[in-house]
Design a protein around this ligand. Structure first.
Ligand code: TYD
Length: 409
């Protein structure tokens, strides 16, 4: 039987799927307790374009299903991320040579990063399609326009403000299926010596850690230096620096400039060699990844079954979007986990997408510690472990699945 192939979003070739999770709900599609069980699902499948090296979803639900008014993801709710963006902004400011620079951020959310430029009196503009978060940004004094970014937006910005010395984006670019229109806009908006600096979860870390839960509807691309370099070259741009970031379970920050405008750093050469060794553009690496993902599922199911057989209670920790892939792919439900504890008020009282496990406030975890906690918010592991001495002292044990399935004895 012929396998279905899909048009690559970043070159003119096509690709086939290497990993299929089956029909999945939306990663952030938390349900009200009485919602019908026939929620929206779509085939979550991921493939590698062997022509350009881009790893991407085969199909993605319509943007309106994923990002709507109720979505309301406010970046500033995490202290760790707020500190991270403060550092990010500081590093960008050091690199700005122009005495009166202009900084643009794509998907600027509630102004978590741009506020550092606003406070320092730097000319800036946030582009944020979600109206509610754009309002929050303006309240902080961050200039924000509410629209999608493309070539037309770029032309309008140039007319009003001139070209940008820095264009920034964090955890935004990997969400945008029509990446070509974004790059066309960036090519136009970026000043001759300007830098487009963005960060997203890094493919190399996903493979190293078997963190397959990074794969869900909102993440359409899983970038590597190899795929980003080839893609931006189509626009006369090149990657001039890279820096790995210990956020979101392993991210990469790419600095991109007009070709020959900046020297290329040694970090780029080093990462290129590392990616060659890891085989990040080789289909065989992704077949091996798929095998590890399947093993991880078997091990997690077995671990939960064994713990449940002892009569112990298990509670999930952090109702992350990532957990939706794990819960549904591994077939974990309310019989396995009593509830999932989460500090986000908007998720509390709801059910997890597809798996329909109750999400409850953190106080419910603390007031009656279970024997085991299954760590879904593993990207915040250090912060959580530092905070949870009382759980451990009460005899609580952790179950984890990244990078491997482990159950504390
Ligand atoms: P996030 O890091 O945004 O992951 P994703 O992008 O996969 O959704 O989400 C972390 C979730 O975990 C968020 O809902 C808040 C919750 N959380 C806790 O409940 N307790 C904690 O100590 C931390 C750090 C997070």
């Amino acid at each position: 039987m012929d396998r279905e192939s899909y048009a690559c979003r970043t070159c003119d070739s096509s690709f086939e799927v290497f990993l299929s999770f089956g029909q999945m709900p939306l990663g952030n599609g938390f349900l009200s307790p009485h919602s019908p069980s026939d929620e929206y699902r779509f085939p979550l499948e991921v493939g590698l374009c062997e022509q350009c090296g881009m790893v991407q979803l085969a199909e993605q639900p319509d943007a309106e299903r994923m990002f709507h008014e109720e979505y309301a993801f406010f970046s500033s709710t995490s202290r760790r991320m707020a500190a991270h963006f403060g550092e990010f902004a500081g590093q960008v400011r050091q690199r700005l040579l122009d005495p009166d620079p202009f900084v643009v951020e794509l998907g600027s959310n509630d102004g978590i990063m741009l506020r550092h430029f606003a406070d320092a009196g730097v000319r800036h503009l946030g582009i944020e399609p979600s109206a509610n978060v754009a309002v929050a940004a303006r309240e902080k004094g961050v200039q924000t326009i509410c629209r999608f970014f493309n070539q037309q937006t770029a032309e309008d910005i140039i007319r009003e403000h001139g070209r940008a010395d820095a264009i920034l984006a964090a955890n935004v670019i990997c969400h945008i299926a029509d990446l070509r229109s974004v790059l066309a806009g960036i090519k136009e908006l970026l000043s001759p010596e300007g830098l487009f600096i963005y960060e997203d979860p890094y493919l190399g870390d996903i493979l190293t850690n078997t963190s397959y839960d990074q794969i869900y509807d909102e993440h359409v691309f899983y970038f590597s230096l190899a795929s980003v370099s080839r893609f931006v070259a189509q626009y006369g741009l090149e990657v001039v620096d890279v820096a790995s970031q210990n956020v979101h379970g392993g991210s990469m920050r790419y600095s991109i400039a007009h070709r020959s405008a900046h020297p290329v750093s040694d970090a780029v050469t080093t990462l290129r060699q590392q990616e060659d060794r890891q085989g990040l553009t080789q289909l065989a690496s992704f077949h091996a990844f798929r095998d590890r993902v399947e093993q991880s599922r078997t091990r997690l199911r077995t671990a939960l079954r064994e713990v449940r057989a002892t009569g112990a209670r298990i509670v999930g920790y952090g109702a992350t979007s990532k957990s939706t892939t794990v819960l549904n792919y591994c077939g974990i439900g309310p019989d396995d986990l009593e509830f999932i504890s989460d500090t986000t008020p908007g998720k509390q009282g709801k059910l997890t997408p597809g798996s329909r496990i109750p999400v409850r406030p953190y106080d419910d975890f603390v007031s009656d510690y279970p024997e085991y906690a299954l760590l879904f918010a593993w990207n915040h592991r250090d912060e959580i472990m530092a905070n949870e001495d009382a759980f451990r002292n009460a005899g609580g044990r952790w179950i984890q699945y990244v990078p491997e399935v482990t159950v504390e004895l």
